[in-house]
Design a protein around this ligand. Structure first.
Ligand code: ATP
Ligand code: MG
Length: 210
């Protein structure tokens, strides 16, 4: 059993992982002096249609490649091994058992915070962890406006906002770029670009849709 004082968790679909995720994790680690950040790919994201998400083995492989050269980062297969949908509250409860005494920080972008009211047992989640909310271009955190107003006070009390360098990068844009044959260089680590091209990933994406 490892004794960590503080642990960051970055959940996501990581379809694929990109520099936006990596910068978010690193800035959160630095701002809150986290001992480690775990990247946790969701097996079955509750908010996404499974048919539209790449096979979890490929997504996990790319996350492992992205974190391998950083001793403060690790990839976790916890949600991939669990049956059923991936709920953050259950993930955090498992890490509490695995790392007793560690203060847990869930790292989340402002766009994902917008949806937090739809998550399972948010009030309970707020008793289990703190939240590091990282900024994301195109999204503004406005406490008094919808849908932020609906977020329970118990969550707000646990939020620390960490401004990070704005990277207008998203997995959906990367998938569309690949489908259209456009470059993805400098949007994600070179080894992952190579992995995507070598395995012919995302070529079937419905490029013209959005
Ligand atoms: P998609 O476009 O498929 O939704 P994504 O780029 O949003 O993909 P996710 O896997 O959905 O990536 O995001 C996981 C977490 O990382 C979320 O909390 C999200 O807010 C955060 N995140 C992703 N990209 C960025 C970015 N460029 N800047 C800040 N946070 C980000
Ligand atoms: Mg997203």
């Amino acid at each position: 059993m490892q004794r960590l004082k503080s642990l960051g968790i970055l959940g996501g679909t990581f379809d694929p992982i990109h520099y936006g995720h990596i910068v978010a994790a690193e800035c959160a680690r630095d701002a809150c002096h986290l001992d480690r950040v775990l990247f946790v790919p969701a097996a079955r994201p509750p908010h996404k249609d499974l048919n539209e998400v790449l096979d979890s083995q490929h997504r996990f492989e790319m996350v492992k490649m992205a974190v391998q050269d950083n001793p403060d980062f690790a990839a976790s297969a916890l949600e991939l091994k669990r049956e059923g949908l991936s709920y953050t509250v259950e993930t955090i409860a498992s890490y509490q058992q695995e790392f007793p005494g560690a203060k847990i920080f869930f790292i989340i972008g402002v766009d994902a915070l917008l949806l937090i009211n739809t998550w399972k047992d948010v009030e309970r989640l707020a008793t289990l962890c703190n939240f590091i909310v990282v900024t994301r271009p195109g999204y503004h955190l406005r406490h008094e406006e919808e849908p932020f107003r609906e977020i329970p006070a118990a969550i707000w009390e646990k939020i620390l906002l960490v401004p990070i360098p704005g990277l207008y990068i998203s997995s959906s844009d990367i998938r569309q770029r690949v489908a259209k044959g456009q470059t993805i260089k400098y949007l994600l680590p070179p080894a992952i670009e190579e992995y995507i091209l070598k395995n012919d990933l995302y070529t079937e994406e419905e490029a013209a849709n959005d």
